[in-house]
Design a protein around this ligand. Structure first.
Ligand code: GCU
Length: 381
């Protein structure tokens, strides 16, 4: 553990040099989106929070972060502003996290899969077929377990703020339709930088190949990998569907996205500012659920229109094939194994969420009406 920390610090130092220079040169770069606009508000704001992530600006998670920027502006009366750098402008998800660790960047949005290398607890969220549906997933993430995982990386300078829903991930391939787990045999499949995802693809017989999200289009194009896996909005907004003709909805994982703040930022915010930030973030996460549903439907429509064959395999067969994975964590990572048991015992009724997590600074009713207002094009109902 100590050695790991040390390696982390050394990596961070290197990133400080590279990152510091990089960020300085990227400030105000074209394509960054300051919310509201590139504006007077952010110029006048006392605190400008810089947030970088890897998704396209048309992605529902980016749009939810824009909502957060607008909320932050209105809650703080213009004292706080959010400046967003999408599309890996400031590096991969891992690099963004390293910039947070050294205080060169304030916030990022990453996949929880990438957090696995910074805090063991996140591994549980990358395990296949752990949720018994949407209700169960939200109960876990918005309840006490989800909150505990978010706070598990504070000692490595990363404070999880909220989760964004990222639906479920499924395989897409260029030439080989995946109808059965055995169809993955020997296929090179791109994975995230996640030990759990790597192990899962290997367990299914595929050959896992970690590649950064932004490099995947070219990797698919050049045949470096035969396929990848992701949720419908990401399959669509990355245009990977132009290269992959099969999308096999095995829904193996439901890895959420995570909004993360640098503890360097958190420590310098006042109590009041932290409250505004948390409230804006939670409201945006609530709005994101609606944006997500719409984007998922749209993505499925568009990829079908573009000629992608949608395969609906028997998910039971995939679930059976990955079954041996869970036991491997019993000895190797008891924290992950125990979290898995806890997750399994969470109910699917809507009352099971931890109210203190959901209502810390904002009432649920308040958030629901915000969610409706935003999906109404910003107008309150
Ligand atoms: C999802 C997730 C991204 C992540 C990507 C990936 O789209 O939202 O944060 O980068 O998966 O597969 O790398």
């Amino acid at each position: 553990m100590r050695t790991l920390r040390f390696i982390g610090v050394v990596t961070s130092r290197i990133a400080l040099i590279v990152g510091g220079v990089f960020l300085a040169s990227c400030r105000g770069a074209p394509g960054s989106s300051s919310v509201p606009s590139a504006s007077a508000a952010s110029a006048e704001a006392e605190t400008v929070i810089r947030l970088a992530h890897g998704l396209d600006p048309t992605h529902p998670v980016h749009q939810a972060m824009e909502v957060m920027g607008r909320k932050l502006d209105s809650l703080s009366g213009g004292q706080m502003a959010l400046k967003i750098y999408p599309s890996e402008q400031l590096g991969t998800e891992r690099q963004a996290l390293e910039l947070l660790q050294i205080g060169s960047l304030d916030m990022t949005k990453v996949s929880s899969a990438v957090m696995e290398s910074f805090s063991l607890s996140y591994k549980v969220l990358g395990l296949p077929y752990i949720f018994r549906g949407e209700e169960h997933r939200f109960n876990v993430l918005e309840g006490e377990i989800g909150k505990r995982i978010l706070l598990s990386s504070r000692d490595v300078w990363l404070r999880g703020i909220v989760y964004y829903d990222a639906g479920s991930r499924s395989f897409y391939t260029k030439n080989t339709p995946i109808r059965e787990p055995s169809d993955l045999e020997g296929l090179k499949i791109r994975t995230q930088s996640s030990p759990v995802a790597i192990r899962m693809v290997r367990q299914l017989g595929g050959s896992p190949t970690p590649i950064a999200f932004g490099e995947l289009y070219t990797a698919l194009q050049q045949g470096v990998v035969a396929g990848a896996e992701n949720n419908p909005p990401s399959f669509h907004t990355t245009r990977h569907y132009e290269l992959c003709q099969y999308y096999s909805l095995d829904r193996h994982t439901a890895v959420p996205d995570v909004l993360v703040a640098s503890t360097h930022l958190w420590d310098r915010l006042s109590e009041k500012e932290r409250g505004w930030l948390m409230k804006a973030a939670r409201m945006s996460a609530e709005v994101q659920k609606t944006l997500w549903d719409k984007a998922t439907k749209k993505a499925m429509r568009e990829v079908k229109k573009a000629g992608v064959e949608i395969i609906r395999p028997d998910t039971e067969k995939f679930a059976e094939a990955v079954e041996p994975l869970y036991e491997t964590y019993r000895e190797e990572a008891p924290v992950v194994y125990e979290l898995l048991q806890e997750i399994r015992s969470v109910g699917t009724d809507s009352a099971a969420t931890d109210d203190s997590a959901a209502t810390d600074t904002a009432g649920v009713a308040d958030m629901r009406s915000e969610r409706q207002a935003e999906s109404n094009g910003g107008k309150r109902p």
